[in-house]
Design a binder for this molecule. Sequence first.
Ligand SMILES: [Zn+2]
Length: 358
Amino acid sequence: MPSHISHALLVEDLLGAAGGEIGFDTKNPPESTIAHITADPRARSIAVLGAQGPDLFLHNHRRKPRGFRYGALLHRHGNADLLESLALSAAREDPETARATIAYSIGYITHIHLDRVCHPYINWSAGWRGTPDRDMDRPAMHPFLERCIDSVFLMHARGQDVPDFDFYGRLPERGVDLFALRRNIVAALQTALRSAPDDSRIERRIANAFADAYGFYRNTNAPTDDYFREARARERRGTVHHRWLSLVHPPSELVSVDVLNLDRRTWAHPCDESRQSDWSFLELYREALTRSIATVRLFLARVHEPELPASGEALAASVGPWNLNDGITQDPPCRRTYCDPLPLLELYHEIKSFYDHS
Ligand SMILES: [Zn+2]
C-alpha cells in the first residue's frame, strides 16, 4: 500500500476528473454524482477517509475490541462483494446517507487499484522481513518507502511539503456524524467476509478502528523539524520504538534516493521475475487512476440500477478478485521471492543522524 497521502491525492484527482480524456461525463445522470460530491466538503472528506481503504482497520492497535483483522482480511479478498453491498445500501438510503456511502465507496475503489498496481514495485524496492538481509530494520523499509514516496510525490504533483498538505485536516471532522455510514460498512463487511456475521461486537470494532486511525493520523500529521529532533532524542532515551521514522513522513528534500523511479530502473514482480517493468511511480499512479475511473463509473451505474443483475456483474468484474498485496493472484497471495531494494536502510539512518546535528 502506498501510504495515506498518495491515497488521498488519488481520490482527489479522481473527483477532479470531470471531462477530458479519461474523466467523467458529469452531464450523464449516474456520473453527475461526481460533481455533487466534489462540491460538498463533507462528502469530499468522506471520500478521503474511504481512500484509506482497509488500512484504516490496520491502525486499530489501542482500543478493544479491535477491528484490525478486517484490515488484513480485506487486503486478501472480499472487495467485490463489499462494494456490491455498499452500492445496494446507497441505492436505498436517504440522499444524505447515500451521498456519504457513495463518497466512501469511491475512495475505497481508488485504494484497491493503487494498492494492487503499486505493491509489486514497493515490495521489489523495499524487500521484506529477512529478505534480502536479516537487518533488524528491514521490515520497516516497506512503510518507510511508502512515506518517502508520499513526501516526494506530493512535492512533485502539488508542489507541497507534508505539513502544508495537512492530511488530518482533510478527514471528516470528529463531530461529523458517521453513524449511518458505519452501519453500511458493517453490513458490507458481513456480506463480504465469512467470519463477520458471527462477530457480535463488529460495530464496536469498526468504531474503535475509526477512532484509533484518527489518533494515528493526528499524531503523525504535519511533522516539523522539532518533531523529528524530539523523536530522535526519545529514541536515544528508549521511550519511543526505534522504528518510529518508518511511520512519519520525512521532508521531501531529505529523500536523496530515487523513490519514484524517475530514472526508470527496471524492476520486476516479486513473485514472477519475468514480469518486468521500468514504470515510475507516476505511471503506476496514472494507471491506478484510469482503473479507478472505470470502476467508479460502474459503481455509480450500479447505484442507479440496483435491479439489473448485469450492472452487478459488471461492477464485480471491474473490481476483480485479486488480492491487494500482489495484485495478480487471489487468496492466499503469491510467494514473494525476488527483490532488488533501493538503498533505503542507508537513507533511513542518514535522515535520523541529520536530526542529531541540525
Ligand atoms: Zn491497503
